[in-house]
Design a protein around this ligand. Structure first.
Ligand SMILES: Cc1cc2nc3c(=O)[nH]c(=O)nc-3n(C[C@H](O)[C@H](O)[C@H](O)COP(=O)(O)OP(=O)(O)OC[C@H]3O[C@@H](n4cnc5c(N)ncnc54)[C@H](O)[C@@H]3O)c2cc1C
Ligand code: FES
Length: 293
């Protein structure tokens, strides 16, 4: 039976990266580019923020692309078509600022290809010429090339190891485009923090407005807990309500990297116990801290 948040379809896009189309009619009508949801798959589970990578208001579905990096995302990987997600709240976050600027560049690195897609689409719909750059460590980790091509005037693909597209980083390709003399009205980059920092450094000297989408640890997603605080232009901001997008030239990336590393041991511990619980269910559950659930 199809309940509110039933998984309509699931497919593997790359190793440990899965795409889910989920029934969520209200969300599908409201969702705007740049927004995210927070989901919980079990009563005692933590809340995980995930970008609304696509939405179909007519079909009443949203698309989530999930990289299995730890406890909850790995557990989610075991859900199948027909299974329901326990809670799904959203749309959360401030939508991307979309306006006609001329030529814009959108950049997705790794899992960041999924959240950059709705922004590329919205920028194109607003009448911009969209140059997209997508990149991954290697060919097998790339996905949605066709989807990105369909919403781009020009698509560049890079891989770190040269196994597909141009060998190098997405920021190298951006530099090349800028050196060719293309005037960019804006650059939007989503991906690993070092990648977003490299993109922001590439555009800084030419003062090209640059937006990055930050991914600090989130707990309540309402601006109350302070877990997702970041420093932007010397001011404290909460990514869940003020973001997730911020001016890349003003973000304190060093602090963001330091804060993300803060929970690494606890997360590794939770992931180890998750694996142990799978192998030895008799051992019973163990709650992860800091819990988001
Ligand atoms: C606004 C926003 C949108 C996001 N969109 C997506 C998306 O579309 N697809 C996707 O796969 N992931 C997305 N993420 C990241 C995703 O939320 C985390 O990967 C997830 O929370 C990890 O949960 P876990 O229990 O599986 O892993 P954990 O065991 O909690 O952590 C495993 C690893 O993931 C890192 N991590 C944990 N929580 C986060 C977090 N909130 N953000 C970034 N890294 C984290 C940890 O540093 C650790 O290295 C998004 C994050 C934010 C803040
Ligand atoms: S997640 Fe708690 S303030 Fe943003």
């Amino acid at each position: 039976m199809q309940t509110q948040h039933t998984i309509i379809s699931k497919r593997e896009l790359a190793p440990a990266v899965k795409e889910y189309m989920v029934a969520a009619p209200v969300l599908a009508k409201k969702a705007k580019a740049g927004q995210f949801i927070i989901l919980r798959i079990a009563e005692d589970g933590e809340r995980v923020p995930l970008t609304i990578a696509d939405a179909d208001a007519t079909a009443g579905t949203i698309t989530l692309v999930v990289q299995e990096v730890g406890k909850t995302t790995t557990e989610m990987g075991r859900l199948n078509e027909g299974d329901a997600i326990l809670n799904l709240i959203g749309p959360l976050g401030t939508p991307s600022h979309i306006e006609k600027l001329g030529t814009v560049c959108v950049i997705g690195g790794g899992i960041g290809i999924a959240p950059i897609y709705p922004i590329a689409k919205a920028m194109r719909d607003a009448g911009n010429r969209v140059i997209s750059i997508i990149g991954a460590r290697s060919k097998d980790l790339l996905f949605w090339e066709d989807k990105m091509r369909a919403v781009s005037d020009k698509l560049c693909v890079t891989t770190d190891d040269g196994s597909y597209g141009v060998k190098g980083f997405v920021s190298d390709e951006l530099r090349r485009i800028m050196e060719e003399g293309v005037t960019l009205g804006s650059v939007t980059a989503i991906g690993p923090v070092p990648m977003m920092r490299a993109v922001a450094e590439t555009t800084r000297a030419r003062k090209v407005p640059t937006v990055v989408s930050l991914n600090p640890i989130m707990i309540d997603g309402t601006g109350m807990c302070g877990g997702c605080r970041v420093t932007v232009g010397g001011e404290t901001k909460f990514t869940c309500v003020d973001g997730p997008e911020f001016d890349g030239h003003l973000v304190d990336f060093a602090e963001l990297i330091q804060r993300q590393a803060y929970y690494r041991d606890l997360e590794q511990d939770a992931a180890d116990h998750c694996r142990l619980a799978q192998e030895h269910p008799e051992a019973g559950p163990r709650k992860k801290t800091p819990s988001a659930g």
